[in-house]
Ligand binder design. Structure first.
Ligand code: G1P
Length: 280
């Protein structure tokens, strides 16, 4: 069975919706309750068996990379004071050699961001994770998808039913059939007008993609919004690889919006309270 070892994290965005905070703090380091948003996405990937974490970053967000590197002075200080829990929190996020960073020097779109990571993909399927989509699941979403993908292959995208009014903010699947949580699709449209949307199934930020999508990204012209769209490269690959949606088990929070970040924090705080109650 082909294993998915590499995940790409497009994190170069300016975080405009979170200004003024994001003037100097990367959006991905804002906390969901007690940990930075990006840590959850990295942890999800790790639990799904990912071994190489490729950040597509912008040059002025180096604190985001540093968060995943060792912090020798801080670690030594905490160790010397025997602050064991604090030390665990600091060490939990260290990725070491597993972290790779490439830079996206111009905001040319999600497809362009993914293409920036091509040197790490080669000829193996890979995952793309958008940390803004915060997913609370019993089994991590990417692991659920890899289980399903192992039987069908192709390109697989996590989907959520967002209803008609919201669909114009997402990639949207044209559905041909379904089997449990698995949806077969024959087309994918980026941000359709509600009256032209082929369904209400929106693509959210977890993708398992064939290396052929990377090749297609190299030939993809700017699309919706004048940006190079990942959606367009996946669409162009349908005849070669097929296309599936996966309606994961769990809850999604849109942490690309301040309200979503707050809602996710509240939801996580409840699980922490429950954990304490179970432990007590
Ligand atoms: C991107 C993708 C879109 C997808 C969405 C999920 O859009 O282009 O297809 O549905 O992420 O969050 P963005 O949110 O960057 O506009």
């Amino acid at each position: 069975m082909t294993r998915i070892k590499t995940a790409i994290f497009p994190v170069a965005g300016l975080g405009t919706r979170f200004l003024p905070t994001t003037k100097s703090v990367p959006k991905e380091l804002l906390p969901v309750y007690d940990r930075p948003l990006i840590e959850y996405a990295v942890e999800e990937a790790r639990l799904a068996g990912i071994e190489r974490f490729v950040f597509v970053n912008s040059r002025n967000k180096s604190s985001l990379e540093n968060h995943f590197r060792a912090a020798p002075a801080l670690e030594a200080n905490l160790a010397q004071k025997e602050k064991v829990t604090a030390l665990q929190k600091v060490r939990r996020s260290i990725l070491g050699e597993a972290l790779e960073v490439v830079y996206q020097d111009a905001p040319l779109g999600l497809g362009h961001a993914v293409f920036c990571a091509r040197e790490f993909v080669g000829n193996r399927p890979f995952a793309v994770i958008l940390p803004d989509d915060f997913l609370m699941c019993e089994q991590p979403c990417l692991a659920q998808m890899i289980d399903a993908w192992s039987s069908v292959g192709g390109n697989m995208l996590a989907t959520v039913d967002v209803g008609i009014p919201a669909i114009s903010a997402y990639g949207c699947l044209s559905i041909t059939g379904s089997d449990g949580r698995l949806i077969s699709a024959d087309a994918l449209v980026e941000k359709p007008q509600p009256d032209q949307a082929p369904s209400t199934k929106a693509v959210i930020g977890r993708y398992i993609l064939q290396p052929s999508v990377m090749k297609r990204l190299g030939q993809t012209k700017p699309g919706t919004g004048g940006e190079i769209q990942l959606t367009d490269a996946i669409s162009a690959d349908i005849k070669t690889s097929g296309l599936y949606g996966y309606e994961f088990e769990g809850q999604r929070f849109d942490c690309g919006q301040p309200a979503g970040l707050v809602e996710a924090s509240v939801a996580v705080s409840r699980t922490r309270v429950n954990q304490v109650a179970v432990a007590a």
